[in-house]
Unconditional design. Sequence first.
Lengths: 271, 286
Amino acid sequence: MNDDRAFQDSIIRLLADAPFRHALTHVDEGSAYGGMTAHQVEGIRAGDARRVDRFAKFLARQYYRDRIFLFHKYSRALARYTGRSPDAVVHTPEFDHLLPTVILGSRSTARDVSRLVQAYLADARNAPPYASELARYENAQLLAESGPRVAPVTPPRARAHLAVIVNPDAAVHHFSWNLPAIFQPLLELAALEDIPSRPPEAEHAELSLVFVRSPRGRVTVLRWTETVETLTAFFDGERALGDAIDAAGLNPRDGLETASALLDAGVLIPA
Amino acid sequence: MSEESPTPTPVAEAPRAPKPRSAGLWIGACYNAHLGHETLDAAELFDHLVITDAPRQSDPYFPVLRERIVMPVQDSENQLADEIDDRSTEALRQLAAICNAPWVAERVQCMRTLDGKYGLDCVFPPLYTEEMRERFANNALKLGAALARPLVFENVPSPFAPATTAMSEGKFLGRLLQTSRGSLQLNLPHLWVSAELRKLDPYGLLHEYPLDRVSVITTGGVADDEDLAGPWMAAVPPSDEIMEFTQYAVDCCRGVRAVTFDATGPALDARLLIGAVTQLRERLAR
């Protein structure tokens, strides 16, 4: 990498990583820091630090507002009853308090923002009984989307000799409401001028879902069935896919089909 | 309406859409799939619709509009600071082919680190240095060859100027254009925001750009942001000040062939879109 491109990376990090920004402003004069030469550190300090800080805060609010807007669309639909839209959390004092720790796109910040959204929606008036689980579902998507960007790739094909592991970033969540059944009715609310007096009702149902970012870069949600759970228990990174399917007692064709869907979604990754 | 393409070099294939209607500039907007129905209803208003995302198969309006209206492509995802990988290049090539795009616009931006660990998810300028210009020029030449369509380069807002930057954005773009055979898409809200945030006169800043190489002008609204203590681009109608600035820029750029109302996003409503394009047509009617 040439010098200017590396320095550009430092400027991007300066805006994306609040603790890095704070540390840079407190490093001793004439010192190198974070892969930057002392000259570059001074170059950044000689710039308009206040404007850098303002822009970084703007970026943080915009970054998480956009993601909450995207992933929390069902909770947003409920805002017509609750009066509380999840994306408004970025304008609360609690979000302001988070700003000094924000690292755009990181798992840790996604986790912190999820907690804020959950708390922000928790005491909303007129919320239906499933509202909290709905927010948890949406937060799981927000979390799955976080982490370093990698170039999208085509998932590997499921072959009997392939050794795989369960993606450590895949997260299984258990729900007690049939959430997918109310997604469409909730979205339809947005198009209505006059809404029904009550939000759509959901039915109780035990539901386990796995959330992960796919090799193509999309957030995917799959049902975590007993078959999937049984099968994935045999993926230790050494055992071939075919052997794991045998050990799980599955029909080889069905096992490969399931493994193929899991590889496609990113739940399984090559060992 | 002119029969010329808004870029100086010929397109690879002739546009499928009919010739633009009235004499003078093409007036258009970005295509917003959620407003497909309203856009089709008002199709006479749009000489071009800029495609910013791959159309969804479930969008019934895109194929109809494609038959009637010219569709340039705007790539806001990639950054020419780095070589664009084969997969992204192919996706862009396919999109341009589907749209039969007369040009593809690339923002002169660098918003992600090379290792993908940090990204701003927001338009952000590169350091304006010779080294970076060379990177952009090399990558643009490769992309242009792969797309086999004219590239136009778009300026981006500079919320602050790093002390180490070597030249202005205008000078950087001028030099880039000398070596990369493209033309300039002058984004006026971007320029306006740069000027306001850095306490510069937008009219003065405008003249730092190679105005003789401008083929497309983009305009739109800005709104004040509390964090920035200044404006940023927003899906709002262009203010009278920006409309006046747009008129001025069009008069300064003798080679401009298209003006685009730049607003996208789910919050954009049809009334705003149609109103802004109508306003542009009235203001820029020649």
